[in-house]
Design a protein around this ligand. Sequence first.
Ligand SMILES: [Zn+2]
Length: 145
Amino acid sequence: MMESKLSRRVAVEPGIWHEPDDGKVQLIGMRCPNCGEITFPKTSRCLYCQNEEVEEYLLKNEGTVTAASVVTRPPAKHYRGPVPFAIGFVELEDELRVWTPLASSDPEVFKSGMEVELVLQDLYQNDEGDTVVGFAFTPKEEALR
Ligand SMILES: [Zn+2]
């Protein structure tokens, strides 16, 4: 996380992603050494074989949209993020499908088959003046800007 005297960036929920100082952000999943299944978010036991000796696994940060829709009203009373926004399924390279926010200047842009990349997006200012950030997948050409 970036730190400054004026304002901090805080995660909307801790332990969801890994943000290295010199690389791209990755979601933290779980891999089962017994059956090889990978899940996200992380769980304390394997959902497939019930093995409890699971390990953290950093997911690939690129994938393909398989379904998307646009949410035009706040999804919950206390929701403070942007509206409208897109949400959908992204299939990560050879791993698994995740249900995820989709970020773009145009929420209508997401179509099945579009290649996307994981980013962190500023959601809102909290009462302490910190910027709350969450993860989302964005079209690759927008991630390069
Ligand atoms: Zn397993």
